[in-house]
Design a protein around this ligand. Structure first.
Ligand SMILES: [Zn+2]
Length: 233
């Protein structure tokens, strides 16, 4: 992974830390330049009656920045769309395509664009997660690849870019497991930075550990993360 560029795109601060930070930290340790792109301002997820949108957004960006330091991220980009109102429209796709052209990642990580809900786990995927992942997939292919899609990018000196692989963070789909045993402690430390989101962090960490251990058994290691990898030729 030395010198490889990786871009991980999530809707909210904490999304990528839950889904892929063990793998991201591993790649960073191996010499990759890893970036996050967070599409929303994270301004809605609070039950505190005294919390405001502005204050929460500030807190969550700070929490993500602290987690980024733990993981060895090169930089975190924020697009600042309003939390819960993210649309996978052409504006969002264009913004993501622009970042792709700027940093030229060979691997883009995002959430699973096909995941709406799980009957098995009684779980509905957040609307922002769906929007961020659909927009990211479309930005990788075909939007960032083609010269004529955004002539304004060319005027800004940005050339098209071919993303080699998209890694979708698996919920109930998997075609690839990554051994994160050596970076699991960093993953937990990164997740623990998102204090504003959880009243019972111990319980959250217990669930993260159970999931990583489950995939670890399948992979024959202690802890693993699961993905669906798609190679783009
Ligand atoms: Zn989220």
């Amino acid at each position: 992974m030395k010198k490889k560029v990786v871009l991980a795109v999530g809707a909210h601060p904490d999304d990528i830390d839950f889904g892929a930070s063990g793998t991201i930290a591993k790649w960073a340790e191996e010499g990759a330049n890893c970036y996050y792109l967070i599409c929303t301002d994270g301004s809605r997820g609070s039950t505190d009656p005294k919390m405001t949108h502005k204050k929460l957004s500030r807190i969550r960006k700070k929490e993500q920045a602290e987690a980024g330091k733990v993981l060895g991220l090169k930089k975190i980009f924020f697009l600042n769309h309003t939390d819960t109102q993210l649309d996978s429209d052409f504006t969002l796709k264009k913004d993501i395509a622009k970042i792709i052209k700027m940093i030229k990642p060979s691997i883009v990580v995002t959430m699973d664009p096909t995941f709406y809900y799980s009957e098995k786990f009684n779980f509905i995927n957040h609307t922002d997660h769906r929007s961020a992942s659909v927009a990211t997939m479309d930005a990788c292919y075909p939007l960032a690849r083609d010269r004529l899609t955004f002539p304004e990018h060319e005027e800004e000196g940005l050339s098209p870019h071919h993303v080699e692989e998209i890694w979708f963070i698996g919920f109930d789909k998997t075609n690839l497991l990554v051994d994160i045993t050596d970076t699991f402690a960093k993953k937990i430390e990164a997740i623990a930075m998102h204090k504003s989101q959880f009243d019972d962090m111990k319980h959250v960490i217990k669930r993260v550990e159970e999931r990583a251990r489950y995939f670890g058994i399948v992979k024959s290691c202690k802890y693993a993360e699961n993905f669906v990898r798609v190679e783009l030729f």
